[in-house]
Design a binder for this molecule. Structure first.
Ligand SMILES: Nc1nc2c(ncn2[C@@H]2O[C@H](COP(=O)(O)OP(=O)(O)OP(=O)(O)O)[C@@H](O)[C@H]2O)c(=O)[nH]1
Length: 341
């Protein structure tokens, strides 16, 4: 299968340290010989943070508005253009501090409907001192936005710990844990932390079959059972907020509709393009707040069969397993011929 490009969203309130972390991430990828690309969003008309990024890094800029509201549609267009033009190994989206990350998740997953990109994780950088101040006051829009950014994170960087005492660090950790029971918390000063660990903690859903499964399961027509060590040994996959599934086979329309109906409550949004084994058309499906909708489509150009699920802390391993089962059950089996004596 063609390479799927991982995408990370970098969120965090204004001045929390996102650009500082971005620079560390870029250094890390470059040291590994990978080609990162950046999507930067600034509320102003000039991208000042962009000036801090090395010129050799391909960059798309969304200026003069916030990704999550005024220029949301542009995000998926910009991301798709960047992908086509630069074919990066990894993409990082730095949102304005005022953005609601869930809207950005929506923009990225929109792109995965027609480009092979996969949202790997949402990193939220928290200014520990600022959060403490707001937490003590317990009010204001900033406070609520910060809370939202923390709630959706797959990993939390508790930055600027040089500005708080040890006792305050414990207090802030408890607040973060209360708002987000799943994301690992990494304390840091100037976002100095083990980047490889940060990225692995950020979650990431495996879309490629693991070698053992490809050999044994899929080839022999049997997917691994849910809860087997293979699926359950990845606890970090269970708090991701988006799971992207690229189909290798068509699925039965009735079984797929049933699967969508039975989606866990924690999945509140899903969308995708699927081919059904029992009809010749392709369908665009939408699912939001327990209602689904299927529309016949004829996509222009090459578009993969893909489904994206967005929610909070659902088990992506289980969804993946169910989808693989659907794919397997729709593959026509060879007819067994009994040989007479
Ligand atoms: N004291 C202290 N300052 C820090 C730390 N990390 C970053 N800073 C400073 O905080 C300021 C803001 O950092 P940035 O990385 O630009 O933050 P940002 O989230 O990208 O800011 P916006 O683009 O405005 O949203 C800069 O002056 C940094 O040098 C830290 O751990 N401690």
């Amino acid at each position: 299968m063609e390479q799927v490009t991982p995408v990370y969203i970098l969120s965090g309130f204004l001045g929390s340290g996102k650009t500082t972390l971005l620079q560390r991430l870029l250094e890390h990828w470059k040291a590994l010989g990978e080609r990162p690309a950046v999507v930067m969003n600034e509320l102003g008309e000039v991208n000042l943070d962009g000036l801090l990024v090395e010129q050799s890094v391909p960059m798309a800029e969304l200026l003069g508005g916030c990704i999550c509201c005024s220029i949301r549609g542009d995000l998926s267009t910009e991301l798709a253009t960047l992908m086509k033009k630069e074919s990066p190994d990894v993409v990082i989206i730095e949102a304005t501090g005022a953005a609601n990350p869930l809207e950005i998740v929506d923009g990225v997953t929109e792109t995965s409907l027609y480009q092979k990109v996969e949202l790997k994780g949402l990193i939220t950088v928290v200014d520990a001192a600022h959060l403490l101040e707001l937490y003590r006051a317990q009010q204001g829009q900033t406070y609520r936005l910060m809370q939202e950014q923390i709630r959706c994170a797959s990993v939390l960087v508790m930055n600027k710990t040089d500005r708080i005492t040890e006792a305050e660090a414990l207090e802030i950790s408890a607040v973060l844990r209360k708002w987000n029971a799943y994301a690992p918390i990494m304390p840091a000063v100037r976002c100095e932390l083990p980047v490889a660990e940060l990225l692995s903690q950020a979650g990431g859903v495996i879309t490629e079959p693991r070698p053992a499964e490809a050999k044994a399961g899929l080839a022999a027509g049997e997917a691994e059972p849910v809860g087997s060590p293979e699926t359950s040994a990845h606890p970090t996959h269970d708090h991701v907020m988006a799971y992207t599934h690229y189909f290798k086979h068509a699925v039965d329309s009735h079984e797929f509709e049933q699967f969508v109906k039975e989606l866990p409550r924690d999945v509140y949004r899903a969308k995708g393009i699927v081919s059904f084994s029992d009809t010749s058309s392709r369908f665009l499906f939408q699912y939001a707040y327990r209602e689904s909708d299927f529309m016949k489509i004829t996509p222009q150009g090459e578009v993969p069969d893909v489904a994206v699920f967005i929610g909070e802390h659902f088990s992506s391993g289980e969804l993946r397993h169910r989808l693989l089962q659907l794919e397997m059950s729709a593959i026509p089996r060879p007819v067994k011929v009994r040989r007479g004596l």
